[in-house]
Design a binder for this molecule. Sequence first.
Ligand code: ADP
Ligand code: ASP
Ligand code: MG
Length: 423
Amino acid sequence: MGLIVQKYGGTSMGSTERIAQVAKRVAKWVRAGHQVVVVPSAMSGETNRLLALAKELAPGKLTQDYFREQDMLAATGEQASSALLAIALQAEGLPAVSYAGWQVPIRTSNAYTKARIDSIDDARVRADLDAGKVVIITGFQGVDEGGNITTLGRGGSDTSAVAVAAALKADEALIFTDVDGVYTTDPRIVPEARRQNTISFEEMLEMASLGSKVLQIRSVEFAGKYKVPMRVLSSFTPWDIDINEEAKSGTLITFEEDEHMEKAVVSGIAFARDEAKISVLGVPDKPGIAYQILGAVADANVEVDVIIQNVSKDGKTDFSFTVNRGDYAKTIDLLKDKILPALGAADVIGDPKICKVSIVGIGMRSHVGVASKMFRVLSEEGINIMMISTSEIKTSVVIDEKYMELAVRALHRAFDLDQPVAA
Ligand code: ADP
Ligand code: ASP
Ligand code: MG
């Protein structure tokens, strides 16, 4: 008997029928003697719908005041699904209560649309659990010091769930979603992708940071920091599946490397579609240039990913980096208006249709030639590599977006990820 946090994603909460199924599944866990806290996402499509409504009314430059209201609006998606789930649980005969993030409260920074969780007050939740209630806490949101509602970035309900699990010292965070675990790559792109029974924390962190949207990266960071056992599993199995079987299903994120993991040189392929590349050309090659360019970009709250500075020629160099596609126009404008004249650079150019494909594996630490094999596979497919970035356990390439699926499939095959792992 334990304390379990269960998170249900948008598709899992996608209709009243689905919510009723979630209620039955939760009731099964409660009747087996567990205390359960549920963290739901908004019903599928709802967050996008709300964000699109806001955009319709604000075509111009988006301000902080706008983002405050956007968070206020987007947070309602989870408020609705949470209340619906509480009602469905009550209909199942279970006492249940739902809370919005601010009611718990889940305290966050005030960075609208990408706030970070600072602390969670567990008193109210514990009192309800002790009184035998199922507690439902909205995913994706919290409240800043000034009492403003904030949201945690797309996919943020994963992070809410793991943070709640950490605060309550729960026995496990179960992330119920529309696939039955973490695969070698997105099974919607590569049907031959294989589900992994376990994945190391480090690999999961890389996969999430490199674009695998099955888990939001911050949820994995929280799990690592507070050692929260975390499992990704399907909400699309019949709700009355045996609870012991369910408890072992899906993919467990592990904090210890086992021998078997050492064997997989490359264990997964991640990709990020919505990226854009920007180059500042003819920059004088002198100290402080990277800081001037990237400092201005950071001040505009734009996250920079892969960065390359070319060898200089005649005292001038080219400086390239990637950003999220949503930040592309804003970053180009900023560089043209402020940086180009200040630095005396020649031009700012860009390509908003690029993507990043990465191979990940802790076995890469002890094997050479993995990156070169990746480059060979891509060259055999006629795919041009624009940028490369490596770390101990990953190699990423930036390529034209139109080759993304081809690259992922070819790499998946070349690294034998469709083959069963040798014992
Ligand atoms: P939820 O709404 O439950 O949070 P998401 O759509 O955010 O679900 O995440 C689940 C999706 O992540 C899957 O439907 C799948 O398409 C995608 N995905 C990407 N990479 C992987 C992977 N390596 N393993 C499993 N799913 C993946
Ligand atoms: N509803 C939010 C989103 O669509 C948060 C989540 O689903 O995790 O991004
Ligand atoms: Mg998600």
